[in-house]
Design a protein around this ligand. Structure first.
Ligand code: ZN
Length: 151
């Protein structure tokens, strides 16, 4: 990370200098009050990749618009989050997180919701080595891939 004052590559500290918050290096931080250490954002990757062996693999992916799909369908069925959660055997708060895309359901849970709501939430892709059979997969971010399964 680069210091916003001197441009040096260093561990940065969020520092208030003359009323302005800047991410600066330790040396420049002396000019103000250090508020906190700046942590580099880590990309959350939810993948479970099993060791690749020769042959095709079927990858199951929770569709990227799962939140919208569940919400739309639930509203169509005139179910409250509370009611749907109960039927699915999950907590209402969890369903709320799923619908607001804060939480991606596991393949198992997605399948359960899929079955209950009769919507498509899990897609299967056949992968041959590094080649992805379906072009769509490439558009998914790594965060969209929850679990890789071998059948
Ligand atoms: Zn500096």
């Amino acid at each position: 990370m680069i210091c916003e004052l001197c441009g040096k590559e260093a561990q940065l500290f969020k520092t208030e200098i003359e009323g302005t918050q800047l991410n600066v290096c330790k040396d420049c931080a002396k000019f103000g009050n250090i508020l906190e250490e700046v942590k580099e954002k880590k990309v959350e990757i939810k993948t479970k990749v099993k060791k690749k062996e020769p042959g095709d693999e079927i990858i199951e992916i929770v569709v990227s618009d799962f939140a919208q799909k569940i919400k739309n369908r639930r509203e169509k069925l005139k179910l409250k989050q509370e009611e749907l959660a109960k039927k699915l055997g999950i907590k209402e708060s969890l369903l709320h997180h799923i619908e607001s895309r804060k939480f991606m359901p596991s393949i198992e849970l997605a399948k359960r919701i899929e079955k209950f709501l009769k919507i498509k939430l899990v897609e299967e892709y056949i992968e041959t080595g590094m080649n992805i059979a379906k072009g769509e997969t490439a558009e998914l971010t790594i965060g969209d891939i929850v679990e890789l399964k071998r059948k």
